[in-house]
Ligand binder design. Sequence first.
Ligand code: ZN
Length: 267
Amino acid sequence: MLELAPEDILAALKHRGARRLKRVALRGNRSTIWSLTQGGTVLNLHEAYRFAPDAVLAAFALIVKKGGRRCAEVSEAQRVVREWPGLRPGLEAARSAKHSLRHRGCAGPGESVAYCCGTPRQRAYIRALYRYLNETRFEGALPDDVPVRLSSRMTSRLGHMTPGFTRQRGRFVVEIALNVDLMLEGNGFERLDTLLHEMAHAADYLTDGGLSHDEGWQAWARRVGCRAESRYERPVVRRRRRSDPVTRVPPLPPALRERMSLWRKTA
Ligand SMILES: [Zn+2]
């Protein structure tokens, strides 16, 4: 699935004839899925539309072109964007999350069904690291199947945990995402610390519904041995340009390498 930035969506809609459009803004609203403001030049979209497929983009282009006028074509376009299946998880996450956890950090609701920019080897690495930390630091308190992905879209942030909630499932973790810069050489401490930080959010949320850096999260942070601070002031090695691909797979801790060979035998 392709993750689109607001500029990508703007370009796509203009390309499809929505020439009046000047800006696209993404919002983690609880119920409003889109609105056209400032004389039809600004399109506010729910964050879930970052993963909108072509058909949905085409429908939005039509809505903007017609500038909110009512006709059969516009009604049909409105139905397409409303009924797109990717919207539901984003809305549910937005409704369940009381606080946004943005900082270094811990993005808020709606960032579900996301795209991992990592290579297969990087994905295997990050999964192994998650399992290892869950076992050795969290005493297996977290589910084994929490999606952990790498993101090339985060700018200043290093990671986030996205909380989810449905009536059937109760609280669950939609995903943990890490800034792909953390895979660069020199970020060994930050990589481990950020993953533990986000896993501590997951544990706090799953056990007590916590979604902040208050006492509940701090207790987990101390217990698992990451810095119990929300802000990150240490320098982090960054890739030179945001478009530079990061394919490095850091070496695994020796104890983890041993465990992985065990997992392979028992798998
Ligand atoms: Zn945090």
